[in-house]
Write a protein that binds this ligand. Structure first.
Ligand SMILES: [Zn+2]
Length: 416
């Protein structure tokens, strides 16, 4: 089972937007860009919305059938570990093994020895074709590797083998992620991590390192764009060398856990993968939910009232809602209007505040981020929220397509 060159991870918290998301991806196909849709939903999201991984499968299958989509698509068990992977075995055919928590954890002597035996072949200078300066791989670097990366690589093997056994011969795609940490993995570290994955027999088709800079949910990249671009290109070249050197799938590519909306780095990612003739997987967060809110606000009446109510409740419960996302959001509480000040806002005003168009004078990234984590409140509204989605599906669909196609795919793939 092979993941295509270009793939895009889409989220759908309430399981209603798969048809609209497919339409957006289909627009790119019409322009000659073959992008594989991958629906990703993490255990955290399922827990908060009270859905089951099987629901994601069902929504995707239904959308695919209705739209007549005949190309591959996948269901990603996003950020799973040994404690929750079993819930995803049946419905997923793409598994993101999250081993970030194991970075720096002690590893057994046997595991260390096995990996060091491979790694020490590259001690000294690591010359990567396409990168002018060789990386210095001295004793300190090697010791650091042993301390930090043996444990996560061995854990990835455990999870991979567990899935392999439970899948009983059914094929699946493997991604390994280490992105949810503070310290980025450098390009030479990535080379050794890939060497380790190959040694342990993990056929990763995508790898999600932590890149430099901040990838907050639903808002733009924060960091040095030039530094990111340099690091990203070096990662592409490192992967190229790793594929040629080790037993890794030839379609192995980077997975960018973008947290959605990294508009300022999209053009660089696009340019560099074209320059190096590489594939890419870009995972987005469940921001389709924000497009639902924009659509509901524009629909007016009860739907607009629901958006206002969600904001009001979200405002009063902000610390509870922000808690699980503390490291990936950046909200300035002083920029959040008191709910009493927004009671008269029109649907347009709400839409302008939430919609990610930074140059719009009414755009408010603080409102946007608070609402992004307030999906728990919509989940608590249960059927009332879902019936609003059904009632206003047309205006919501327009928002979803515009967001996914015009703001994401067009920028990333430079679609004219
Ligand atoms: Zn991630």
């Amino acid at each position: 089972m092979e993941l295509g060159k270009y793939s895009f991870g889409i989220g759908d918290r309430f399981g209603n937007q798969a048809p609209a998301q497919l339409k957006a991806i289909n627009k790119a196909w019409e322009k000659g860009l073959e992008i594989t849709p991958v629906w990703n939903k993490s255990h955290r999201e399922h827990t908060i919305v009270k859905t089951h991984p099987g629901d994601t499968r069902k929504a995707a299958d239904e959308a695919v059938q209705k739209s007549g989509w005949t190309s591959p698509y996948f269901i990603d068990a996003d950020h799973i570990n040994l404690s929750n992977v079993d819930l995803f075995i049946e419905s997923s055919d793409f598994f993101t093994l999250d081993v970030a928590d194991f970075i720096g954890k002690p590893a057994s002597y046997v595991d260390q020895e096995r990996l060091m035996n491979v790694w020490k072949n590259y001690e000294g200078k690591l010359k990567v074709p396409g990168i002018s300066e060789p990386f210095r791989v001295n004793q300190d670097f090697m010791n650091d590797l042993a301390v930090k990366y043996v444990s996560p690589i061995v854990e990835a093997k455990k999870i991979y083998r567990h899935i392999l056994e439970k899948k009983k011969g059914q094929e699946f795609i493997t991604e390994v992620s280490m992105d949810e940490v503070d310290i980025p993995q450098t390009p030479p570290e990535l080379f050794f991590i890939l060497a380790g994955l190959a040694t342990e027999g993990i056929p990763a088709q995508t790898i999600a390192p932590k890149f430099s800079g901040r990838f907050n949910k639903g808002v733009d990249y924060v960091g040095d764009v030039d530094l990111f671009a340099r690091e990203f290109e070096q990662d592409l070249l490192v992967i190229d060398l790793a594929i040629k050197t080790f037993d890794l799938p030839s379609n192995l590519k980077l997975s960018v856990h973008s947290g959605s909306d990294k508009f300022s780095i999209y053009p660089y990612i696009g340019k560099l993968i074209r320059k190096q003739n590489k594939g890419i997987h870009v995972k987005t967060a469940g921001t389709s939910w924000l497009e639902e809110l924009i659509g509901l606000a524009l629909a007016g009446g009860n739907a607009l009232k629901a958006v206002r109510d969600i904001y009001t409740t979200g405002f009063s419960r902000s610390s509870e809602l922000m808690g699980p996302y503390a490291s990936v959001i950046n909200i300035n509480p002083e920029e959040l209007p008191d709910p009493s000040r927004v009671t008269n806002w029109t649907g347009e005003q709400w839409a302008n505040a939430i919609r990610h168009v930074p140059e719009h004078p009414e755009y408010n990234p603080n409102i946007r981020q608070l609402l992004h984590v307030s999906y728990k409140i919509a989940a608590e509204m249960g059927k009332d929220y879902l019936s609003l989605l059904k009632q206003h599906s047309e205006v919501i669909e327009t928002q979803i397509i515009e967001n996914l196609y015009d703001r994401h795919l067009v920028r990333l793939f430079d679609i004219q």
